[in-house]
Ligand binder design. Structure first.
Ligand code: C2E
Ligand code: CA
Ligand code: CA
Length: 268
């Protein structure tokens, strides 16, 4: 336990230093509409470029940032940087004026006081059209603090920000429960997608999620799509918004811009 505590403290100190030294960077993963054969948005994924360890995965440091509260600062940086970048592309490339950015909000960050005012004030300062921002939230928030969560979600929604329910199916909530919250889109978790080709019952599961979501007027996005077979099944089930290694891994901002300017048409 002592070793663990020391390790955590070290990472916490390193994270503070990382903020000061600009060691964080964003990777972007394209979200593709297979109906339109094009990129319609990006998910923003945080990376830590550690001078000794190289690129560190968010799974290693986000839990510690959450525990220490540092996530508020880091997460807000992600939001600012993501919106600034997308706004630049919306303005620079008229054909991408509806390109959106999807930003992950951790539960700690989501429930912090004054979050909405901070978001408002930043978006206003860069004249960002809120319609091009998506916020990804996991269902754990809904279970732990349903009333507070519902209020925050309504406030965000009233600003035209679209709300995505991330990692759907990994927690305990049911679709009928989720329906009480104003989500626009459900992201079907990778664990469902990876099993799609292994048996009819898994196809049935995804089919049911899609049918119920549709019934509640929510869109569906499939994440973690890695193969053509998975893509074809999803298309047949009526899921047309796709994210995953099949199209592209998360890439640097430079590479992402190149994907946009190449007008890469995806062979879906
Ligand atoms: P997530 O929000 O579920 O993000 C999707 C993760 O799946 C990303 O991992 C992405 O690289 C990976 N992925 C995408 N497509 C595929 C695929 O086809 N196959 C496989 N095997 N993986 C795929 P990443 O970037 O390592 O991020 C891990 C998690 O860290 C994220 O899961 C999210 O929970 C968290 N995270 C990342 N950036 C941020 C951030 O800025 N703020 C917060 N609060 N959390 C973040
Ligand atoms: Ca996400
Ligand atoms: Ca996810």
């Amino acid at each position: 336990m002592h070793v663990l505590a020391v390790k955590k403290l070290n990472i916490e100190n390193e994270l503070r230093r990382a903020m000061d030294n600009n060691e964080f960077c964003l990777y972007l993963q394209p979200i593709i509409s297979i109906k339109r054969n094009r990129i319609i948005g990006f998910e923003s994924l945080l990376r830590w470029n550690n001078p000794e360890r190289g690129l560190v995965s968010p799974e290693e440091f986000i839990p510690i940032a959450e525990e220490t509260g540092l996530i508020n600062e880091i997460g807000f940086w992600v939001l600012q940087e993501s919106c600034r970048q997308i706004k630049q592309w919306n303005d620079k490339y008229p054909e991408h004026k509806s390109l959106y950015i999807s930003v992950n909000l951790s539960p700690v960050q989501f429930l912090q006081k004054g979050l909405i005012e901070k978001i408002d004030s930043y978006l206003k300062s860069i004249s960002f059209d809120t319609i091009n921002l998506r916020l990804e939230i996991t269902e754990s928030i809904l279970m732990e603090n349903p009333d507070a969560a519902a209020q925050i979600l309504r406030d965000l929604k009233s600003r035209n920000i679209r709300l995505y329910l991330d990692d759907f199916g990994t927690g305990y909530s049911s679709l009928s429960y989720v329906h009480n919250f104003p989500f626009d889109t459900i992201k079907i978790d990778r664990s469902f997608i990876s099993k799609l080709t292994t048996g009819d019952e898994h196809v049935g599961m995804v089919k049911t999620i899609i049918a119920v979501a549709r019934n509640f007027n929510m869109d569906i996005l499939a994440e973690g799509v890695e193969t053509k077979e998975q893509l074809l099944i999803l298309e047949e089930l009526g899921c047309y918004t796709i994210q995953g290694y099949y199209f592209s891994k998360p890439v640097t901002v430079l590479e992402a811009e190149k994907m946009l300017t190449d007008s890469l048409l995806y062979n879906c």
